[in-house]
Design a protein around this ligand. Structure first.
Ligand code: BG6
Length: 439
């Protein structure tokens, strides 16, 4: 056996590539023709494995780092052709300065990709009736590439929080911030001379494919439990997002725009075409804008949330103002409906969806002697959550007694407050966090 990998083009190697894929995907695995020929081949880079000059396998790489259509002919497997193809794809990705790669592995082949460093993200899903698993690989030079494209001297820089977990650090004359690229998850916003405003657990995990306990997880396209077998709070909080733009704005602020589009693995969980963006603007205030665009031809419904964990001095000496006389669903009591009398105070597990509320909330923290204002638009519900002593123990990524120093006031559309986004239309959810003047 003399194995060689050749870089191929769809035009020149059309017959060889279609023969290989027809044999493996359509004939052997029963993938429908319409799914196999998805219109993305002409723009892809293709790879062919040759054994003594005979084509025995193939793979392709798309411009956004999506690896796919990996196939080795039956009878030619187990001899290293798959590994050689994957290595050639990784090499080509490095040369093209791709910072991260992803693929939807057939579940039985997940170990093969894991040996090259790919990490599973989310649960298995069916594609063409075959169980698949999304896997992602952050390349070693990922932050270098992001810095070349998006760094702003003295203001914005990417670095690794842990292996494969890139974060962006933003420094402005008024405040600093840290955001993980995975999940586009805010981890810190700290106005100068203040304690951090966001809370992140000391036991938080910084791992590819896992959300961080704290900061601002983005919950989308559903908030809460979702359908059986699907991840709580949607699927975007554990996936890598693209960085699309960075820049400087008004009043010395710095912004970063993250994006994500649908692909096979999102459509298996939620069968709609979308383009989602999170724009974070860091300055004297912190602005988060979550923009949902419907890229398909039918309307869809979402629920969503900017699941903001705030740092407080002592939850027992903290109140939330702005929800007085508002109705809420009490999750601790099986979603019973009640009405808020006075400020929200805390003396036990609290998990409530306040409905039909668009007003600002103010977190009045007597211990740290500060007031945090959470203003919003595009949101008609607010979740207030603290797990308290018992529930905290059920979270492996929360340390003992941390419930005392955190409080979630979440800008959401949840419960019955689902948002319908028409085909081609957009909807924006905004949370604006600031410290009250004079405190
Ligand atoms: O553990 P997760 O999935 O991040 O969710 C944390 C909490 O998120 C809150 O928004 C929910 O109201 C709680 O019920 C839930 O426990």
């Amino acid at each position: 056996m003399s194995l060689q990998i050749e870089i191929a083009s769809w035009e020149r190697h059309f017959a060889t590539l279609t023969n290989l894929r027809r044999t493996v995907f359509i004939e052997e695995q029963g993938v429908p023709e319409a799914l196999e020929w998805d219109g993305l081949d002409a723009a892809a880079i293709h790879f062919i494995a040759l054994d003594d000059g005979n084509a025995i396998g193939c793979a392709r790489l798309l411009a956004d780092g999506h690896i796919g259509r990996m196939a080795v002919l039956p009878g030619c497997r187990g001899k290293g052709a798959g590994r050689a193809l994957l290595n050639a794809v990784l090499h080509a990705a490095r040369q093209r300065h791709l910072g991260w790669l992803y693929l939807n592995a057939q579940a039985h082949a997940a170990g093969f990709y894991a040996r090259s460093g790919f990490q599973p993200v989310g649960a298995e899903f069916p594609d063409a009736d075959i169980p698949h698993l999304r896997m992602e690989l952050v390349m070693e030079h990922h932050t270098d590439i992001l810095n070349q494209q998006f760094a702003i001297a003295g203001r914005l820089e990417f670095m690794d929080a842990a292996a494969g977990v890139p974060v962006v650090e933003i420094t402005t004359p008024h405040a600093s911030a840290r955001i993980a690229v995975q999940g586009a998850q805010l981890l810190e916003w700290q106005p100068n001379g203040q304690q951090p405003v966001l809370w992140v657990s000391r036991a938080a995990l910084y791992q590819p494919g896992k959300g961080v306990r704290g900061g601002v997880p983005v919950c989308w396209p559903w908030f809460g439990a979702g359908e059986a077998g699907k991840p709580a709070h949607g699927f975007v909080r554990t996936r890598m997002w693209e960085v699309r733009e960075t820049g400087q704005g008004m009043a010395d602020s710095v912004f970063i725009r993250f994006g994500m589009k649908d692909d096979e693995s999102t459509r298996a969980l939620w069968d709609y075409a979308f383009d989602l963006e999170l724009i974070v603007t860091v300055g004297a205030a912190l602005k988060m804008e979550l923009v949902t665009r419907n890229a398909g031809t039918t309307a869809f419904e979402i629920s969503e949330g900017l699941h903001t964990y705030f740092r407080v001095g002592n939850i027992r000496h903290t109140r939330v103002l702005g929800l007085e006389n508002t109705e809420y669903l009490d999750k601790v009591l099986g979603f019973v409906r009640d009405t808020q009398i006075g400020a929200v105070r805390f003396s036990g597990e609290t998990d409530r969806v306040y409905v039909d509320t668009t007003t600002d909330c103010v977190i009045d923290d007597a211990e740290l002697n500060r007031k945090i204002r959470v203003a919003k638009s595009g949101s008609t519900s607010t979740v207030v959550w603290n797990p308290w002593i018992e529930k905290e123990k059920s979270f492996a990524d929360m340390a003992a007694d941390e419930y005392r120093e955190m409080l979630c006031v979440e800008t959401v559309n949840a419960g019955d407050a689902r948002v319908t986004v028409a085909a081609g239309a957009a909807h924006t959810l905004v949370a604006l966090v600031s410290l009250e003047a004079g405190v």
